[in-house]
Design a protein around this ligand. Structure first.
Ligand code: GDD
Ligand code: MN
Length: 400
């Protein structure tokens, strides 16, 4: 093997599936590029030998010396990684990652993006089912300002070649299910199952991706800051050599993934934590009230105000360390923490006012039972407090 081939073998990375911003460097082999294209492979030895020259010829025309190709192979038994590495002697813009720890299509793509130096990141299947010339059209969409450009089978000039009824049905069924569970994501494009697309690095920076199994596009749209999506029609070609890796397991993983995204986007887990912190505050409140009344002998109103404030401190502590930890860890320092605490206080106070308003409305105007009215008021205030604290106290405006 020649020297270039060693340089072009990039070590596999582990850890969080996050994309960072491009380091500014003038060194030639660290310099940012315009475009990085990931080619995930598993047993695609023959195909990769065909595909790489085609890609190079195409991209040399529109982006000479400003792109890279990254093959991410999961230690294929047919030694795809080795064949790819041999190609790097001729095509120096080609890099190879051989993974033997982590597996799976979705993580392979993200691991590739993680080591990529491109401002625009893309992915294409290795098996020639994604016609390479569509890359040019996708690139044109990006040049027009799209944040994401997707090759789609379901727009004009798009389609599938020889799919049987079962596969068409499963594909459409998967899309329908996505529309039901996650309409605000899946409804944004005509082919949410596509694995052929490109996007701006900046929309992904610092977002933790948690894909499952096969489909990555839905995950990417759900967790990034994509405004404009461009679509380009293409015909999904028949596989000439090698086999598809799709199994029933992938349909199950897909459904699990949709549900997980749904819960994440609704912030269910966070809301439960917020609720638990709130309940802990009730106990703190009661305990302090008891102490102040029994041992200090303070008046009821003063005791209640003090007890409420101690409870607010308690709730803030748990919410800051636990419920909203992902936000607070990026806003370190006493001053910032204190600012969050003040906002939390104000919002809780506004919640108290709301509580009294709702209670009075339900009890005095609608003649509801007062305990039922109180429960409804508490529930309303919990949502109110959660939402406004999420939006105002913890989430900063500069990173959303
Ligand atoms: N590294 C890695 N690890 N690559 C993998 C793995 C894996 O576990 N599994 C599959 N791949 C690679 C394949 O080698 C191929 O290059 C690509 O990912 C797609 O895999 P296929 O098995 O050919 O998938 P498919 O053709 O049935 O499904 C494709 O259908 C979509 C259309 O709905 C998916 O690949 C989508 O990307 C595509 O758009
Ligand atoms: Mn395929």
């Amino acid at each position: 093997m020649r020297n270039t081939t060693h340089q072009n073998l990039i070590p596999q990375s582990t850890g969080l599936l996050k994309i960072s911003s491009l380091p500014v460097s003038r060194e030639l082999d660290l310099k940012p590029l315009k475009f990085s294209l990931i080619i995930p492979t598993y047993n695609e030895g023959k195909n990769i030998q065909q595909l790489i020259p085609i890609l190079v010829q195409l991209l040399d025309k529109i982006l000479p010396k400003e792109y890279e190709l990254i093959v991410v192979d999961d230690n294929s038994p047919d030694q795809t990684w080795k064949l790819a590495l041999e190609l790097t002697a001729q095509y120096t813009q080609l890099k190879v990652i051989r993974r033997d720890v982590e597996k799976g299509l979705a993580t392979a793509i993200i691991r590739g993006w993680q080591v990529a130096r491109g401002e625009i990141l893309g992915v294409i299947d290795a098996d020639l089912q994604h016609p390479p010339h569509i890359l040019i059209k996708l690139w044109q969409k990006m040049e027009k300002g799209a944040d994401l450009a997707v090759a789609s089978r379901n727009v004009d000039s798009g389609g599938v070649s020889e799919w049987n009824i079962l596969r068409r049905f499963l594909s459409r069924g998967a899309q329908m299910l996505g529309l039901i569970i996650l309409p605000e994501v899946v409804g944004r494009l005509s082919d949410p199952m596509s694995g052929y697309f490109m996007l701006r690095r900046e929309v992904l920076i610092d977002q933790s991706l948690k894909p499952s199994g096969y489909k990555i596009l839905i995950e990417v749209i759900a967790r990034s800051r994509i405004r404009w999506i461009g679509e380009v029609g293409y015909v999904f070609q028949e596989r000439k050599t090698g086999n598809s890796k799709v199994t029933w397991q992938q349909y199950l993983e897909y459904i699990q993934h949709l549900i997980r995204l749904r819960l994440d986007l609704w912030q269910i887990r966070r809301f439960i934590r917020f609720g638990i912190s709130g309940v802990s505050g009730v106990f703190v409140n009661m305990f302090i009230l008891y102490l102040l009344r029994e041992y200090v002998g303070l008046g009821l109103t003063r005791s209640a105000i003090l007890a409420a404030e101690v409870a607010i401190v308690n709730n803030f502590f748990w919410n800051d360390r636990w419920t909203f930890r992902d936000f607070s860890k990026h806003q370190k320092g006493r001053i910032k923490t204190f600012r969050r605490f003040l906002k939390f206080n104000v919002i809780c106070l506004s919640g108290l006012v709301l509580n009294i308003l709702v209670l009075n409305l339900l009890y005095n105007l609608l003649n509801m039972n007062e305990y039922l009215a109180n429960i409804i008021a508490i529930a309303t205030v919990t949502f109110w407090n959660f939402w406004f604290n999420l939006k105002l106290s913890w989430r900063t405006t500069d990173n959303s």
